[in-house]
Design a protein around this ligand. Structure first.
Ligand SMILES: Cc1cc2nc3c(=O)[nH]c(=O)nc-3n(C[C@H](O)[C@H](O)[C@H](O)COP(=O)(O)O)c2cc1C
Length: 205
């Protein structure tokens, strides 16, 4: 019996939107038969900043039991799906900080040949979802990773409309994650797990 494909979902979320997408990515990867880990990155914002936003403070306490991603999680994974809210059209500093700590693994070639993918959220339509995902994907190319974007490989992609990765416009918290975003995220998790399984068995052959 071949070893299960291992998928890590590593995310940052202030107010829960990206966290919800992460859970759908996880369920899609699980449905594809993968062994999955849901991991947050370390919060870097000062306590005063978190406390000044009720939604942020609530989300922090609601997810306090989610494990913080470590380098061992990345080494464990055959595929890593990273999630971040958009920050000025870019990756959040919290997720970027985690990516930047991976330099030692990169130097040893230990990030190469894994499958990578990403998802994001913005407050506004055209608020930088694609630029955030493409900025994130720059790092994956440096890793020597295999970038698995969803493209338009499933009918749900013609509904959610973002071939670069799952994304959701949350309207400053007024628009909760909906069925379309959930289905797109689950599809992305499934696709990542399926392609990672093919890569893994191909490399082992
Ligand atoms: C410093 C900062 C910069 C942001 N930049 C953008 C942006 O460029 N475009 C946008 O639509 N939303 C922007 N937002 C809104 C967040 O992307 C949005 O609140 C987030 O996606 C919600 O995800 P979360 O609930 O997982 O934290 C920004 C928010 C902050 C705090």
């Amino acid at each position: 019996m071949p070893e299960l494909t291992k998928v890590a979902i590593v995310y940052y979320s202030s107010t829960g939107t990206v966290y919800e997408l992460a859970n759908s990515v996880l369920s899609g990867a699980k449905d594809a038969g993968a062994d999955v880990r849901l991991l947050k990155v370390q919060e870097l914002a000062p306590e005063e900043a978190i406390a000044s936003n009720q939604g942020w403070a609530d989300h922090c306490s609601a997810t306090q039991d989610v494990p913080v991603a470590t380098h061992d999680d990345i080494l464990w994974a055959d595929a890593v799906v990273f999630g971040t809210p958009t920050r000025f059209g870019n990756v959040s500093s919290q997720l970027k900080q985690f990516l930047d700590t991976l330099g030692g693994l990169w130097a040893q070639g230990l990030l190469a040949d894994k499958v990578y993918s990403g998802f994001t959220a913005t407050a506004t339509a055209h608020g930088g979802q694609e630029s955030t995902l493409l900025a994130m994907y720059n790092s994956f190319h440096h890793f020597g990773g295999i970038v698995v974007a969803p493209g338009y490989t499933d009918p749900i992609k013609f509904v959610d409309g973002n071939p670069y990765g799952t994304s959701h416009v949350n309207g400053q918290g007024a628009i909760p994650v909906d069925d379309t975003a959930r289905a797109a995220a689950a599809y992305q998790g499934k696709r990542v797990a399926t392609i990672a399984t093919a890569v893994k068995s191909g490399l082992a052959a």
